[in-house]
Design a protein around this ligand. Structure first.
Ligand code: BES
Ligand code: MN
Ligand code: ZN
Length: 499
């Protein structure tokens, strides 16, 4: 989809559907609607009277236009009370409008921004929603969907804002490229999305990065040598080779700060010998969504060029039952020396993350470490399908990550790492056990397990994205079913805010 930022009005903007966002609610007045061409005002008034339109959030009223003009129809869309409106309202409204356009076979949409909305943050949010709402995953279909938009126009009367708004749209395009990379990877079925394919995706990202991103792939034998017994115990049951992926972005501008992002990359989670029931397995191709977010994020870096060095780590593997699988009760030794009693092979994510975290802390001594993982069903029970759980050991980093997620429109809520619960993952026969002795608080005990692998107080945030990483029903007007790309937006905002 082409996105243009132009100086234009509802009467001059060339597009099938003209969208006019308007504040309203209690304070609605017809005068709020800026941009209705003079000759249409009377007709618009009639529609407003008839429908009782008051500019409430996501309320709409539409007008068909005479043939031969600059547009086919106008859609006025409410943003609600001005004082409580935010970027999320713009994203939802734009997704709603582009959805209506697509449904009607339209190919172009023009968003008319009045002076008060002619800001780069609004242009960025609008462009992001327009692009994301147009996403479809057609790889496995005989015919790709033809219901796509060709053009989205951001129209402003503020010539002075054009440059800033264009830059913001360019940024949205970069971000959406990353989100699309992540969505495609997550949507690819487990039968194709193997650890090797994930490694290939990482190599591809490095290749097209203008030498700003480097990648190392460690094979099983090297991981063995490094002592990654925890990670390899998950891979043992699979017919697919594990691939330990290490991505490195070196800032072209001098930087002393090093950030690492760790993604859970279980390309299919059957549960292993602690086999999941069929229903629970149906969506488990999504268990590499943390890895997908890391890869999507890295795909943006050569264009964003943030002033910080970034390492990405993915201990990719399948979790499968077989004659070679780890057995419940087995004790494995992690790279940092701690032994783990594996009582449930379905709590495999933490086993892979433990060694990934140890590896990268030994390798680079990061200033901040963020992991993203579809780690527990418990976090979905606690926060629902739209919200990620955040846990960590550092107030400042936590705030930075939460702020970034808020700005990105990715809902994240902090959960506590209460020390009292740490004993729930201590084992009688090993240092740790991979499941809690309690049935409750599973998201927290998973976080506490990971905390055992944080060294020298490295500032660390764990994002449990099991809920929002994969949508079983549409999450918003611009996030449809399937892989959502959750996490890419948060990571991008996080590194941008560091500057
Ligand atoms: N990959 C799952 C968690 C998950 C659940 C992700 C739902 C996305 C949606 C994870 O490996 C898992 O199986 N966790 C177990 C842990 C339990 C055995 C302690 C769970 O949540 O049931
Ligand atoms: Mn599992
Ligand atoms: Zn899993």
């Amino acid at each position: 989809m082409q996105i243009n930022v132009l100086k234009a009005t509802a009467g001059t903007c060339q597009a099938n559907l003209i969208v006019i966002p308007v504040f309203g609610g209690k304070t609605f007045s017809i005068k709020n609607v800026k941009g209705i061409p003079a000759e249409l005002v009377d007709r618009f008034m009639v529609s407003v009277e008839r429908t009782g339109f008051a500019g409430k959030l996501y309320e709409t009223v539409s007008l068909q236009l005479p043939v031969g003009g600059n547009a086919d129809a106008i859609l006025v869309i409410g943003l609600g009370e001005k004082k409580s409106s935010n970027l999320q309202a713009i994203r939802e409204a734009v997704g709603m409008a582009t959805g209506m356009a697509r449904k009607n076979g339209m190919k172009s949409v023009g968003l008319i921004l009045p002076k008060e909305l002619s800001k780069s943050a609004i242009a960025e949010a609008a462009a992001t929603a327009a692009i994301l709402s147009d996403y479809s995953f057609d790889t496995y279909k005989k015919e790709a969907s033809n219901k796509h938009l060709d053009l989205f126009v951001v129209a402003t009367e503020e010539r002075g804002q054009l440059l800033a708004m264009r830059k913001a749209v360019e940024h949205a395009e970069t971000l959406c490229d990353g989100l699309t990379v992540a969505r495609d990877l997550v949507n690819t079925p487990g039968g194709h999305m193997t650890p090797s394919l994930l490694a290939d995706a990482a190599i591809e990202i490095a290749k097209s990065s203008n030498e700003m991103v480097d990648v190392k792939i460690l094979e099983a034998a090297e991981c063995e040598k490094l002592g990654m017994g925890s990670y390899l115990s998950v891979a043992k049951g699979s017919g697919q080779e594990p691939k330990f992926i290490h991505l490195i972005y070196k800032s072209p501008r001098p930087s002393k700060k090093t950030v690492t992002v760790v993604g859970k990359g279980v390309t299919f989670d059957s549960g292993g010998l602690s086999l999941k029931p069929a229903d629970g397995m149906m969506t488990m191709k999504c268990d590499m969504a943390g890895a997908a977010a890391v890869l999507g994020f890295f795909a943006t870096l050569s264009r964003l060029k943030p002033r910080v060095n970034i390492h990405g780590v993915i201990a990719a593997t399948e979790n499968m039952p077989s004659g070679h699988s780890t057995k419940p009760g087995d004790v494995v030794k992690s790279m940092n020396g701690k032994t783990i009693e594996v009582l449930n092979t379905d709590a495999e994510g933490r086993l892979t993350l433990a060694d990934a975290m140890t590896y990268i802390q030994r390798e680079v001594k990061p200033d901040a470490m963020i992991d993203l993982a579809t780690l527990t069903g418990a976090v979905v029970a606690a926060l629902g399908e739209e919200v990620a759980g955040a846990m960590g050991n550092d107030k400042k980093l936590m705030k930075e990550v939460l702020d970034a997620s808020e700005e990105a429109g990715e809902r994240t809520w902090e959960l506590p790492l209460f020390e009292r619960y740490a004993s729930l993952v201590k084992s009688e026969v090993a240092d740790l056990r991979n499941i809690s002795t309690s049935r409750y608080g599973g998201a927290l005990t998973a976080g506490l397990f990971l905390a055992e692998f944080v060294e020298d107080n490295t500032p660390w945030v764990h994002l449990d994205i099991a809920g929002p990483a994969f949508a079983e029903r549409p999450l918003s007007t611009y996030v449809g079913k399937g892989g959502t790309g959750f996490g890419v937006g948060t990571l991008v905002k996080y590194v941008q805010n560091l500057e």
